[in-house]
Design a protein around this ligand. Structure first.
Ligand code: HEM
Length: 200
């Protein structure tokens, strides 16, 4: 329970917030995504669909984690002296910091890295980069145990809200990330909530 509350709360909150920021700043994507959602049936059906059948929905989840990974930095301490694939030698006990935020913007793996392109994960390149330059949930023996739960929770909340209402940003300053323990939106993402079904 402690792990669930401490590791799975703020991370999912940030993931959802960044999704709304990206939706709010890409109106063309929002229109296309809404028409995908209209064709997808009930939430229960959507959950059981393979990702290829809901490319924009899953693309949004993957691309938001790429641009703004909630766990943007974490550490490793090697037990023994070692050499990294790039040739750099590391000492036993040395602190190594791994930064998904930077690696997710590596132009060799992600052409046009600063751009929001939800369909970039469509196809085989996904497998080539998973756990190498794309690791929002870490990699190896200590990879996140909650990744599937987090994805399911985010998908359910995102789609349920998106079908019921629209968010209109009332923010005037540009969006910048705040690299704390998790990667939050500096100053938050204040919005006006508009119902899709009622004229409120
Ligand atoms: C968006 C949501 C989440 C993100 C981005 C995330 C990210 C990560 C990352 C990067 C690691 C690896 C840390 C490291 O190697 O030092 C990790 C580990 C872990 N995560 Fe998550 N996580 C998320 C959600 C969750 C949820 C929902 C749970 C619990 C149900 C959870 C439980 C854990 C635990 C227990 C570990 C430690 C695993 C180990 O050391 O063997 N996480 N997470």
């Amino acid at each position: 329970m402690l792990s669930l509350m401490s590791t799975g709360h703020e991370t999912i909150t940030e993931w959802l917030t960044w999704c709304w920021v990206l939706i709010g700043t890409h109106p063309e994507f929002e229109r296309e995504w809404q028409s995908e959602l209209e064709q997808l049936g009930t939430l229960a059906e959507l959950i059981s669909l393979p990702a290829e059948k809901a490319p924009l929905t899953h693309g949004l989840l993957d691309e938001s984690l790429r641009l703004y990974p909630p766990t943007w930095l974490f550490a490793r301490v090697p037990l023994n002296e070692d050499r990294l694939p790039c040739g750099v030698r590391v000492e036993a006990g040395q602190n190594l910091l791994l930064c998904p935020y930077l690696m997710h913007r590596h132009p060799e793996s992600f052409p046009d890295p600063e751009c929001f392109k939800p369909l970039r994960f469509h196809g085989i390149r996904h497998k080539e980069i998973m756990g190498r330059t794309y690791f929002p949930f870490g990699a190896g023996a200590h990879r996140c145990i909650g990744d599937k739960l987090a994805r399911l929770e985010t998908l359910v909340v995102l789609v349920t809200i998106a079908r019921a209402c629209r968010f209109k940003s009332i923010r005037t300053q540009p969006v910048t990330p705040n690299p704390g323990l998790t990667l939050s939106v500096s100053g938050g993402w204040p919005v006006r909530i508009l119902s899709r079904t009622h004229s409120i």
